[in-house]
Design a protein around this ligand. Structure first.
Ligand SMILES: O=C(O)CCC(=O)C(=O)O
Ligand SMILES: [Fe+2]
Length: 391
């Protein structure tokens, strides 16, 4: 991924006083700031005196320019395609292209909520398991085993009890996950770890530091359900419109799973580590609604903002495949309590259900074709300052 973390930079260098400031030096960044979650500190006064520390309130966001493919009429610039011509999208609420973004397809509601829950359940209970690597592997050298089950059972991770740095956290009962009634200063609730899960790599493992797919570490193949979904959609779209470009056959073999909590964002980036950039990206949204930004080949192009909802699928092919995109905003279904100034960290509720998890999180599955022996990390350009999901 080429890009920068959405939360990595703030503001712009001020222009020399003699030169007129550029009105919009980085429209992509401007859009990210516009849609990001902001809090205002509201102080409470009574009889002219400050009472307490005040509260943080969510600042309302202007969503009037965000395209909504589920509105009664197609949003401005969108053109509907016949889903009959795209058998794998026949169950969708609509299939659209978008002016100014050749090669972009939006498949609205391709998965219904029961299909969303099936896939999310499979992801959390199977696909995040080793040997798949995650941000925990990158940050702590630790692979997590049995995280979803441990979170649902309200277990705690105790380091030094059979796992720890460099090791794997075994499933409950093997010494590393423990019940809550074992007081230990350093134990961490499984659900806190679950909330810290940011990404998992499926198929050839993606190395976020070197920005390459590795062929020297063990991996499982891309899960069948994801491969079938992406292969069928790309085949059918190509057949229907001739506009999904690809050199040779498309065969999905990898995916990145991104996990977003309500405050997480994904900074604007291009996916350019795959061998053949003419092969499409198929991106499936599960759980919370989000704002997705699709820009141009540089951040100097003003991006289009659109709502992506649970079950929607976005396809980036052709020119859109090489365009900046990102996720500046997640809309949690559970109302956020305004934190008290100076504190106010939300503690996770114990033992989440799948529905509860999806009401507070978004999972994005971006399926790719890396190609055999892929090792290219894309051109130089901007350094990846954390295009992984960042809070
Ligand atoms: O979360 C999303 O919708 C986008 C994910 C993405 O761009 C990626 O994984 O490369
Ligand atoms: Fe991406």
């Amino acid at each position: 991924m080429e890009g920068e973390g959405a939360s990595a930079r703030s503001g712009y260098p001020s222009s020399p006083s003699s030169a007129a400031p550029h009105p919009n030096p980085n429209p992509f960044r401007e859009a990210e700031k516009k849609y990001q979650l902001h809090y205002d500190q509201v102080m409470a006064f009574s009889k002219g005196k400050l009472r307490g520390k005040g509260e943080f309130r969510e600042r309302p966001t202007d969503l009037s320019e965000v395209l909504d493919f589920r509105s009664a009429e197609p949003p401005p610039g969108a053109a509907a395609l016949e889903t009959e011509a795209v058998p794998s999208a026949a169950a969708a609420r609509g299939l659209y292209t978008l002016d100014g973004h050749p090669g972009f397809y939006f498949v609205s509601g391709l998965l219904d909520e029961s299909a969303v829950e099936d896939l999310a359940g499979e992801i959390l209970s199977e696909h995040i398991e080793p040997p798949a690597t995650s941000n925990f592997t990158r940050e702590h050298g630790t692979r997590i085993r049995g995280l979803w089950g441990a979170a649902r059972r309200g277990l705690f991770y105790r380091p030094g009890a059979g796992g720890g740095a460099g090791g794997e956290l075994p499933a409950g009962g093997q010494g590393c996950w423990s019940a809550a009634d074992h007081p230990a200063a350093s134990q961490t609730p499984a659900q806190v770890l679950l909330d810290r899960l940011r990404w998992v790599s499926l198929g050839p493992q993606y190395d976020w530091t070197r920005r390459v797919y590795r062929d020297d570490v063990p991996c499982r193949g891309l899960p069948r359900r994801l491969k079938e979904l992406a292969d069928a959609l790309v085949r059918d779209l190509r057949g229907a419109s001739g506009r999904v470009q690809a050199s040779g056959g498309y065969s999905a073999d990898a995916a990145l799973l991104n996990f977003y909590g309500s405050k997480d964002t994904l900074g604007g980036h291009k996916d350019d580590a795959e061998l053949d950039l003419s092969q499409p990206l198929v991106s499936v949204s599960l759980g919370c609604d989000a704002v997705f930004l699709l820009g141009g080949t540089t951040k100097g192009v003003r991006p289009t903002a659109m709502l992506v909802r649970s079950g929607d699928v976005v396809v980036l092919s052709g020119r859109s495949r090489s365009c900046f995109h990102g996720v500046p905003r997640i809309f949690s279904k559970t109302p956020r309590r305004g934190g008290v100034a100076g504190g106010g960290k939300r503690s996770p509720s114990p033992s989440p259900s799948l529905r509860g998890y999806l009401d507070e999180h978004r999972i994005n599955v971006s399926v790719r074709m890396v190609g055999r022996g892929a090792a290219g990390g894309g051109g130089g350009g901007e350094e990846d300052g954390g295009a992984g999901v960042g809070a």
